[in-house]
Design a protein around this ligand. Structure first.
Ligand SMILES: Nc1ncnc2c1ncn2[C@@H]1O[C@H](COP(=O)(O)OP(=O)(O)OP(=O)(O)O)[C@@H](O)[C@H]1O
Length: 806
């Protein structure tokens, strides 16, 4: 038998299974080569696994002892034989080689049949796609988005296929292989399990539905259900207000993608762009051939942002120039922050996966040249921050010059974008966009925010004038706010959907506050992150505060990730990425991270300072409790902030105070000790750094002037050591080392002993044990707070009862 044949025969021998059978990356398939196991899995996978594993198994089988081989061969069926090389006598060798040949033939037969089955299945699938694809059919069809199973997709076992999917055996029903036919379930993508019937009737093209199914979006969210039909069928402008994390991105993303697909189909070959008809037929759009993944990845990951490869650059330039100008710019999406631009782009890319539509993000902080290169690829959708967009437009960028003709305009977080004094570039862009009445009328507009309809009280001094009956200053109504938006943005007769609740924040959000002195906030913050581990965002009102906390919590070994506008963009994106990747990540940010960021499973939002506006409170808090998940927000308040808190409360039309977050005082001593040491270390390190830089400066100048200054020119330990500068420096260093050592020793011990039951003060003045609070997870801040709220309600009831009885 040839080596190759022997190898094949070896690949089918029975071996012991190692690890899990199903794995994300197929890593646990090692050793999984016995037919009796593989027949339960997808044939394509079997083939690829067999190929990968055969050489390793061959090596292993070579090392096996003959006795063991015989034992194995008895235990297994005839197709599980050792190779000729390992047989001791001629007879055995002849027998086993015959068996091996039989096994090989059988294997080949099975593989052939499996291949045929795959082919037939593929043909049937193609027929299905060719025929009119109704949304309804998605429910029944068991399509697999990718023929080859991507190794990073989780594979599921599918139950035996229904009758029409089962391939008819070619060699009659009694064949052994029939068993295989029935028993070979298939690996399918998770999306095939998603029932998409709830999306029906909205006019969403099949290719977009396919992407939505793949992401597991079974039903539209409320804002999506209320806006999609009007936007897709009715071609209406949309003004949407809905709570944070309610899916507003897709509420404008899906209509934009659908509209572009429709325009592309209508314009095919004609080169003329027109607005789609007001009423559109129910989606029967064929799925377009998906473009390569690179087409969607127009914004490179942070580490590649400045990377320019000469050769590929030239190549891509050549290709870009040839197609430049041919691909229109259909849609413009404007966002207030760079991170949000990247995120919106990613959401659109995911939804556009099977449409062939290109999306790019353009924002400040990155090299202009790189972004120009991105634009040379003529993406059909540009997601941008106003500043960089205007800069490139003003420089005469070819692709961006088409913005005057865009068919779709979305202004995300609109209330922030049109705030006076912000985004002057937006006003200039709007002038360009609205310059021609006819084009303006053809454009479909989307205006979304969670705080679109939030109305502020007049400032105090204006309220006083009102008392004096000067009608000049009156509180704006919601209608007036919307009207002024419509006018400013050049929108015509929009569908307005406002589903924000009176409390403005998400229903699944638990809100609370914590009262303390200003210099105690650090203690409580450290207590919180230690006591309630989980992904948390701490919001501060200033960059200085973010920097200070980042240093302090770095010394306390909490791995904080700062995020503020003064950081370089690459670092900002990297920190966000790291935060996303860590289940106990601690992001310390200014309000630059308050709006729109959709980071999964953020459990806690801490307002280290009372936010300056109620909008900021709503958006900051909205980074948790997204998409119906639970989350908690704790507002740290010192006495000086009470006024801001009251104002915020009034604007949000709250009638009750936020409940107090329960703290177990017992551990505050240990917390204080650590935080104080960290503060001291921070101070000492700063002092040392200052002395060193001062010294460095003096040294440099002394050298330049060829002078000798006592204590600065010599570190050698000569008698100049006695110089006061050097003595102080040495003393500082010693002190820093000492404090660092003390802190390290403390941090090595846990603050909260394992299994300890926490005692919280209750509203009745008693101490409630953590274990009595009915929380299934005593570490969970949400559950701890919920239990405390229940306790408060109970105490209130008791008080009222006592009052009634008295
Ligand atoms: N139909 C859907 N079904 C399930 N999840 C969805 C659906 N649509 C969107 N989501 C998910 O909900 C999350 C929040 O969506 P999105 O970021 O669009 O919220 P948003 O309303 O824009 O929030 P914010 O006001 O904070 O910007 C995202 O993770 C998104 O993937």
């Amino acid at each position: 038998m040839s080596d190759a044949k022997a190898l094949k025969a070896k690949a089918w021998q029975k071996v012991k299974l190692k690890g899990h059978v199903i794995s994300d990356d197929f890593s646990s398939y090692e050793g999984l080569i016995g037919l009796e196991v593989l027949k339960d899995y997808d044939s394509a996978l079997v083939k690829s696994t067999q190929k990968q594993i055969a050489p390793a198994s061959y090596e292993r089988s070579k090392r096996r002892k003959p006795g063991k081989a015989e034992k194995d061969s008895q235990a297994s069926s005839s197709d599980e034989e050792e190779s000729d090389d390992e047989s001791e006598d001629g007879d055995a060798s002849a027998k086993s080689s015959k068996k091996a040949r039989l096994a090989e033939r059988r294997t080949q037969r099975i593989l052939k049949q499996q291949e045929k089955r795959e082919k037939r299945k593929q043909q049937r699938k193609e027929k299905k796609v060719e025929s009119k694809i109704e949304t309804k059919s998605m429910k029944q069809s068991k399509y697999t988005p990718n023929e080859d199973y991507a190794p990073d997709r989780f594979a599921l076992l599918r139950p035996p296929p229904p009758e029409d999917d089962v391939a008819e055996p070619e060699n009659g029903p009694s064949s052994e292989d029939d068993d295989d036919d029935e028993e070979v379930p298939e690996l399918v993508s998770c999306s095939a399990k998603v029932d998409m019937s709830k999306w029906q009737g909205m006019g969403i093209p099949t290719s977009i539905m396919r992407a939505l199914a793949e992401q597991g979006y079974e039903a539209p969210t409320q804002i999506q259900a209320m806006t999609l039909p009007a936007a897709i069928h009715g071609k209406k402008d949309i003004l949407g207000a809905a709570e944070t994390g309610s899916g507003k991105t897709l509420a404008f993303g899906i209509p934009i993608l659908s509209g572009i697909m429709e325009l592309k189909q209508r314009n095919d070959g004609s080169g003329i762009r027109t607005r789609a008809p007001k009423h559109k037929v129910e989606a029967t759009v064929e799925a377009e051939v998906p473009t390569s993944k690179e087409n969607h990845e127009l914004t490179p990951p942070p580490e590649e942002l400045d990377y320019v490869s000469g050769a590929s650059e030239e190549e891509s330039d050549a290709e870009d120039y040839s197609s430049s100008g041919r691909r229109p710019l259909y849609a413009l999406v404007l966002t207030p922050t760079r991170e949000l631009a990247v995120q919106v782009k990613n959401h659109l890319v995911a939804a556009a996966k099977y449409t062939g539509i290109r999306v790019a993000a353009i924002f400040g902080g990155l090299s202009v040249a790189k972004q120009e290169r991105v634009l040379r690829q003529c993406p059909e959708i540009v997601v941008a921050t106003p500043g960089r967009l205007w800069e490139l437009y003003a420089q005469g960028n070819k692709h961006l010059n088409k913005i005057e003709h865009v068919n779709f305009l979305c202004i995300d977080e609109t209330d922030r974008m049109v705030e006076k004094g912000h985004f002057e570039e937006l006003r200039m862009l709007l002038k360009v966009l609205n310059a021609h009445e006819e084009r303006k009328q053809l454009r479909q507009n989307f205006v979304f925010s969670a705080t679109l309809t939030l109305i502020h009280d007049l400032p105090e001094h204006m309220q006083k004038r009102n008392l004096a009956k000067r009608p000049k200053f009156t509180k704006q109504t919601v209608d007036q706010k919307i009207e002024s938006l419509i006018e400013e943005l050049g929108i015509s007769q929009p569908k307005i959907v406002d589903i924000t609740s009176s409390q403005q924040t998400a229903q699944t959000l638990t809100e609370s506050r914590l009262l303390c002195a200003i210099d105690e906030k650090d203690y409580y913050l450290y207590y919180f992150v230690q006591r309630h581990p989980g992904r948390s965002i701490v919001f501060c009102n200033s960059i200085d505060c973010v920097k200070r906390l980042a240093t302090l919590f770095g010394l306390l070994e909490c791995n904080p990730l700062p995020l503020h506008a003064n950081m370089i963009q690459k670092q900002r994106l990297k920190n966000l990425e790291r935060f996303r990747d860590s289940s106990t990540g601690l992001l310390i940010a200014t309000d630059v991270a308050a709006r729109g960021l959709d980071i999964p499973n953020v459990e806690h939002v801490i307002h280290y300072q009372v936010p300056r506006t109620s909008e900021n409170y709503v958006h900051r808090s909205g980074r948790t409790a997204r998409a119906n998940k639970h989350g908690i927000t704790v507002m740290f308040m010192e006495p000086g902030e009470v006024k801001s808190y009251v104002r915020l409360h009034k604007t949000l039309e709250r009638t009750e105070d936020l409940p107090l977050f329960p703290i177990s005082e017992r551990f505050l001593g240990a917390v204080r000790e650590r935080v104080n040491l960290a503060r001291e270390l921070d101070k000492e390190e700063l002092k040392l750094r200052r002395t060193q830089s001062e010294e460095g400066w003096m040294k440099k100048h002394a050298e330049e002037m060829d002078m000798i200054i006592d204590g600065y020119n010599d570190d050698s330990g000569s008698d100049q050591d006695e110089d006061p500068f050097i003595i102080e420096r040495r003393r500082n260093r010693l002190h820093v080392d000492q404090v660092r050592g003390q802190l390290a020793a403390l941090l090595a011990q846990p603050i909260f002993p394992k299994g300890f039951s926490f005692k919280y003060p209750t509203s009745t003045g008693q101490l409630l044990l953590g274990s009595d609070m009915g929380t299934s997870n005593p570490q969970s801040a949400v559950e701890t707070m919920k239990a405390a709220i229940e306790d408060m309600k109970l105490a209130k009831k008791q008080r009222n009862k006592r009052k009634r009885n008295a």
